[in-house]
Design a protein around this ligand. Structure first.
Ligand code: ADP
Length: 493
């Protein structure tokens, strides 16, 4: 019989803001649970207790209990700790041998560490009533074995047998591929042909993400366009055939941004505030940014900013190729990021070549990123692929118009300028071609200089578009409810 109650969701993740973050997954796991709870769900988060979690949080954790996790022939200790943060219950799984390290990934035994974490999640659901759930939302390869273990080892468990698994792909580049000796030695599924077959990706290797794609009840990714792209060989990183095979249960939901942190009216990292009604502060912010970065203080020079990891994914080859053409147009540019050594070196070179016009800040600096979103005119993001992308949404909040390549979340969040209707929130181009990118960027610069009214309208559209998590939370919750027709949504009539 159907009952009206809050749907219980357990979000399993290897990182969550403010405890641990290396990328977009950390932001999602830090923001989505609150938004789901606001929409009438009961969402908790489970993650490893890394020794790198700031002490201010570790010292407040309460010890719930411990358990021994079966991992093939081993039985491994696991402590369970709890901390309520911003109204959300966070559970931390503790094993110092695995998680007392100076970085959260990049160790010789990552396969074993996250196989342990995934198995421990299943045990915790079985033995801790606080962790019982209707839906377990797993994210990326680090938690990809949860659906495999739940189905293979916990089918008889009352607490686990009705748990539905949703697997979310944040970046298909990282799949968790390891030698197949793990099947027997760690996962303990070597003797189960269905599991071993579905995890295997070639003769000698297994692939955690492939396991989740086979065993999950629903698959999601972080933008509708990326959900389509994952099914193509160019983007699918060898798993495109799996995404095509499971396309009927695959959907894309665009991430949100924290609109309280990213707000030009209240941003605590910027000196000159502004709003869609009064943009005068943005002028001041631009002047201050030019001064800080050693650029000519020219109000009319379009100021292009780039903020992000300096890796091939971000389409930096196009920018390097077109740099002389862009600079010869009198455009100014500031690049903030760290990444591959050759990319960092290239932007340092351009800074030397174009003093007063180009600035490269090869560092991670959150406060400076806020000042750049506020003070820039244009954000350039010509990514080769971009599952969702946050920078373009943040930029639009600050009236900084994005110039993007039409891929993944960039395509879904930036509406290109239509010169006939004046509609749009930015500019976009289709191909990985440096001249096409430069044409698009220089067109934007031309409109910035010569058509102030059109520019103002585009800024207005971008600044008033809803990029909050509320919209994403509603979409996720509708999906989760489709797996549990016996639960009537808490807040629906
Ligand atoms: P990805 O997840 O692929 O790295 P996103 O655009 O989704 O790219 O998210 C990147 C986030 O990290 C943005 O909020 C951006 O402002 C921030 N960021 C990236 N590099 C830097 C940096 N060097 N300094 C400050 N913030 C950065």
């Amino acid at each position: 019989m159907a009952t009206r109650r809050k749907l219980k969701i357990l979000l399993a993740t290897s990182e969550a803001v403010p405890f641990a973050k290396t990328g977009g997954l950390g932001d999602v796991a830090g923001s989505l649970p609150q938004a789901l709870n606001a929409e009438g769900a009961k969402c908790a988060v489970i993650m490893p207790k890394y020794s790198t979690i700031p002490w201010e949080y570790q010292e407040k954790m309460e010890h719930l209990g411990e358990m021994y996790v079966p991992l093939a022939w081993r039985s491994v200790y696991c402590g369970v700790e709890h901390l309520e943060y911003d109204g959300v219950d966070f559970y931390f799984l503790d094993n110092e041998a695995y998680f007392k390290r100076d970085t959260i990934y990049g160790h010789f035994d990552d396969g074993e560490r996250f196989a342990f974490f995934s198995k421990a999640i299943c045990e915790a659901i079985e033995f801790f009533p606080e962790l019982q759930c209707d839906v377990c939302m797993c994210n990326d390869w680090q938690t990809a074995l949860v659906p495999v273990f739940l189905r293979e080892f916990y089918r008889e468990s009352d607490a686990c047998n009705n748990v539905k698994c949703v697997f979310t792909v944040h970046n298909v580049k990282f799949q968790g591929q390891f030698g197949d000796q793990l099947l027997d030695d760690i996962l303990g599924v070597g003797h189960i042909p269905a599991a071993a077959d579905q995890l295997r990706c070639d003769e000698r290797s297994i692939n955690f993400m492939k396991g989740a794609l086979c065993y999950s009840d629903l698959l999601t990714t972080v933008s509708p366009t990326y959900a389509v792209e994952l099914q193509m060989p160019f983007f699918g990183e060898g798993l495109d055939y799996m995404f095509r095979r499971r396309s009927s249960i695959l959907s894309g939901i665009l991430n949100g941004i924290d609109q309280n942190i990213w707000n030009p009216e209240t941003d605590k990292f910027i000196e000159h505030h502004f709003s869609v009604e009064d943009m005068s502060g943005k002028k001041e912010a631009k002047r201050a940014l030019q001064e800080e970065c050693g650029l000519w203080q020219d109000e009319n020079a379009p100021l292009v900013v780039m903020i992000g990891r300096l890796t091939n994914q971000k389409g930096l080859g196009l920018v390097r190729y077109a740099m002389d053409r862009i600079m010869s147009d009198g455009v100014q540019m500031i690049v903030l990021g760290t990444g591959d050594a050759d990319q960092e070196e290239a932007f340092r070179y351009f800074q030397d070549r174009y003093p007063g016009q180009m600035c490269a800040r090869i560092t991670f600096d959150n406060a400076l990123s806020h000042r750049m979103y506020a003070g820039g005119d244009i954000l350039l993001m010509p990514s080769e692929f971009e599952p969702c992308g946050l920078s373009q949404m943040i930029a639009m909040r600050y009236g900084t118009l994005p110039v993007v390549r039409e891929t993944g979340g960039l395509k879904d969040s930036v509406e290109p300028y239509n010169q006939f209707t004046g509609e749009g929130t930015g500019f976009s181009f289709a191909n990985m071609n440096a001249d096409e990118m430069a044409d698009c960027l220089l067109t934007a610069c031309w409109i910035y200089r010569d058509n102030k009214d059109a520019w103002r309208e585009l800024q207005k559209h971008g600044m008033t578009t809803d990029f909050s998590w509320d919209r994403a939370a509603v979409d996720y919750l509708n999906l989760f409810h489709s797996l549990h027709p016996e639960v009537i949504p808490w807040n629906k009539r």
